[in-house]
Each structure stands twice: as structure tokens, then as C-alpha cells.
Design a protein around this ligand. Structure first.
Ligand code: ADP
Length: 382
């Protein structure tokens, strides 16, 4: 059985051909620079290039026994708590959710539409970044806003990175040799975007990202938590428009705004060279993580493990040790020798006697999408 996974951004389409039973990739690639002068003209041309590349590598697609095409869709609102086979109604629903994720949903929808046209005989499955968090209880997803207005416009916490958190939580339980239904985890997905999630018994019960992927941790270019009053103030006093404020908090803040670099490797380089702004940026990045870890230890009580994943979480031992420093009284400790290895595979980085195990678990969102799509399509077969 094979599944084609498509992850479409505003200027690129990433693809992987996966057998959901195993981690090996049958093919993978990326078509970039969509819409740029020296790139492909548009998403339609990019998708045709994806199919051409796949056929050059693996032979005709209709002979591959494609079980499904899995699509990563960022925002499923409160309509989608599960992966969903796409028909015209689902496509329309995703379109209606676009205002909630104006940067993220439209490219995914474009790829979905085109792929359904190019591959009409294969089921297309939408897998939503928000779906895993649909288990949040009302106390975790409700903002203390006017109830009617919030209800009318769907203003609540949705949470993101759910596909990754779902995969990593299962892997973590396996590593701990525990029943997932009896395992409580704090999952720290630290990539370009970053989030913390409290997982109780395999279900998300709190998460740091909100209505949009802006809230919570300090990210590469996003502020994370910010007093909304700061936006009104900057609007009135600095004359920034809504669009300028949107760009400010999403694209030119976070590590980039603080240190002039959005990649932590560069921030470390600057900090080591004595740059005070970079030193503060990385301290703040870790302090915000510690803040959320503390909150979720209180939410979960007890917590069995804290799990680091994604680009920073898997690679940056400095961030791992600094963000959990000083928490020994809460049973949280990092072993510096164990932590110093680069994690190409899952591993424990806490000392054996610690109450809370600290883990590094590489994420694999594409494999999770392939599994969810295959699982759904498999159920539908007679
Ligand atoms: P995305 O959120 O786009 O899926 P990733 O999970 O791949 O991103 O994370 C990308 C980020 O990971 C980069 O911006 C970079 O800051 C960080 N990163 C990658 N490798 C390392 C490393 N060795 N040390 C520190 N940070 C790293």
C-alpha cells in the first residue's frame, strides 16, 4: 500500500510517497519557487511537475496502487476533529475556514483542488493540524471574551502541530513502555513555529497556540504571547495599520525581531560572540518554554514525560538543558552527557532516577499523515 503525501505552502509543494507500514520513503521531493520569475508558473504547474518527477522515479502512478493522497491542511476549525475524505462539501468547508488561517489554508486548498482533478480515482484525505486538539476541554479552549461575539466568529483556542504531537505522543509512550491511555506528556514542538501541548492519556488537554499559530512560545519570527493592548497602543501611537501589525507579530518578531536572526544556530553564534541582544533572545526563548512546562505540570499532575521534537527540539541541546534548568524540585532534570548527543533517533536525556522522564523524539508528520489517510481509507473498504 502506498500513500502520496502533499504538503503545500505558499511557494512550494513538498511530496513524499510512503508505505504507511514502514518509515522508508519510496520517493520524496520538493517543487519550489512557485510564482517566482525563475520558478514554475503556478501551483497547477508545480503539481504537474510533482507527478512527472514521481512517474520518472517510480513509473506510472496508476500502477503504483496508490491507496490515498494525504493532504496537510492547517486549520480545520471546530468542523474537523478527524482526518476526512474530501468531497466537494469538505472542500467548501475548508474554503470557509480560510479567514481563520489566511496564510496557511489557501495553498493547501489549492493543492487539494488540483490534485483531485489530476488524480480523480484516488481518495483524497485531508489531515488537519488542529484536529488533535479538538479534545481540549472548554476551560482550555475558551477565551474570556464576550460569549456571543466569540461564538459567532469562532474565536477560541484551536491549537496547531497536532499531527506532529499525535505521532510523537505515541512514540513516547512506546519508548516509556507505557499504555498511551495511561500516559501524561508535555510535548514541546520547537521548529520554525513552536508550541507546547499537555497530553493526558493520548488526548490533547491544553496547548499554547490559539485561534491562530501566533500565541504561546517565542518562535523564529512570531512573538508568541503578547498583551493585545500592545497592538492597540502601536496602532494609536506608531500609526501601524492592521496589516502592518499582522506582519510585525507574525513575520518580523520572535528571534528575528529580538536578535536579527530567526535560526537558533545563528542566534547561538551571535550570543557566543558576545552579542547581548542574541543572549537575551535565547534566554527568553527558553524562559517561555519553562513557563509553559510549569503550567502544564500543574495541568497534568502527574506528568510522566516531557518530550522535545522538531528542528530545534531534536537538535539543540542548549535549548533543552536551559529550558528545563532549575526544575529539580519538580522532578525534572536533564542529564548533561545524555543530552549532548545529537538525536537522530528517540532517546532519554534525563537521569534514570528522575520522576519525570525527558525525551527527544524525532517527529515525522508525513508518516503520520500517511498512516491516518491509510487508516481512514482502509476502514471504508468493504
Ligand atoms: P518547520 O517548523 O518549518 O517544520 P523544522 O521543524 O524543520 O521546521 O525546524 C526548523 C528550525 O529548526 C530552523 O529554523 C532552525 O532554527 C532549527 N534547527 C535545525 N537544526 C538545528 C540545529 N542543529 N540546532 C539548532 N536549531 C536547529
Amino acid at each position: 500500500m502506498t500513500v502520496l503525501v502533499l504538503n503545500c505552502g505558499s511557494s512550494s509543494i513538498k511530496y513524499q510517497l510512503i508505505d504507511p507500514a514502514g518509515p522508508a520513503r519510496l520517493a520524496k521531493g520538493i517543487v519550489e519557487r512557485i510564482g517566482e520569475d525563475d520558478g514554475v508558473a503556478d501551483h497547477a504547474a508545480a503539481l504537474r511537475q510533482v507527478i512527472a518527477e514521481l512517474e520518472a522515479e517510480c513509473g506510472p502512478l496508476d500502477q503504483l496502487g496508490l491507496a490515498a493522497v494525504g493532504h496537510r491542511i492547517v486549520h480545520g476549525g471546530d468542523r474537523f476533529a478527524e482526518p476526512t475524505v474530501v468531497d466537494d462539501d469538505v472542500e467548501r468547508a475548508i474554503e470557509e475556514l480560510a479567514p481563520l488561517a489566511p496564510l496557511h489554508n489557501p495553498p493547501g486548498l489549492t493543492a487539494l483542488r488540483l490534485a483531485r482533478r489530476e488524480l480523480p480515482d484516488v481518495p483524497h484525505v485531508a489531515v488537519f493540524d488542529t484536529a488533535f486538539h479538538q479534545t481540549l476541554p472548554p476551560v482550555a479552549y475558551t477565551y474570556a471574551l464576550d460569549r456571543d461575539l466569540a461564538g459567532r466568529y469562532g474565536v477560541r483556542r484551536y491549537g496547531f502541530h497536532g499531527t506532529s504531537v499525535s505521532y510523537v505522543s505515541r512514540e513516547a509512550a512506546r519508548l516509556l513502555d507505557r499504555d498511551p491511555a495511561d500516559t501524561n506528556l508535555v510535548v514541546l514542538h520547537l521548529g520554525n513555529g513552536a508550541s507546547a501541548t499537555a497530553v493526558r492519556g493520548g488526548r490533547s488537554v491544553d496547548t499554547s497556540m490559539g485561534l491562530t499559530p501566533l500565541e504561546g512560545l517565542v518562535m523564529g519570527t512570531r512573538t508568541g504571547d503578547l498583551d493585545p493592548g500592545a497592538l492597540f497602543y502601536l496602532h494609536r501611537e506608531a500609526g501601524l495599520s492592521v496589516d502592518e501589525l499582522d506582519r510585525l507579530v507574525n513575520r518580523s518578531s520572535g528571534l528575528l525581531g529580538l536578535a536579527g536572526a530567526n535560526d537558533l544556530r545563528e542566534v547561538h553564534r551571535l550570543a557566543k560572540a558576545g552579542d547581548a541582544a542574541a543572549q537575551l533572545a535565547r534566554e527568553l526563548y527558553c524562559y517561555r518554554i519553562r513557563h509553559y512546562v510549569g503550567a502544564y505540570l500543574a495541568v497534568l499532575a502527574p506528568t510522566h514525560a516531557i518530550v522535545f521534537t522538531a528542528g530545534v527540539g531534536e537538535n539543540d541541546s542548549w535549548v533543552r538543558s536551559h529550558s528545563l534548568a532549575g526544575l529539580r524540585h519538580l522532578g525534572v532534570e536533564v542529564d548533561h552527557v545524555r543530552n549532548s548527543f545529537a538525536a537522530s533517533r528517540a532517546q532519554v536525556i534525563s537521569p534514570d532516577e528522575a520522576d519525570v522522564t525527558v525525551l527527544v523524539v524525532p517527529t515525522d508528520e508525513e508518516l503520520e499523515i500517511a498512516r491516518q489517510a491509510a487508516g481512514l481509507v482502509g476502514q471504508r473498504e468493504p
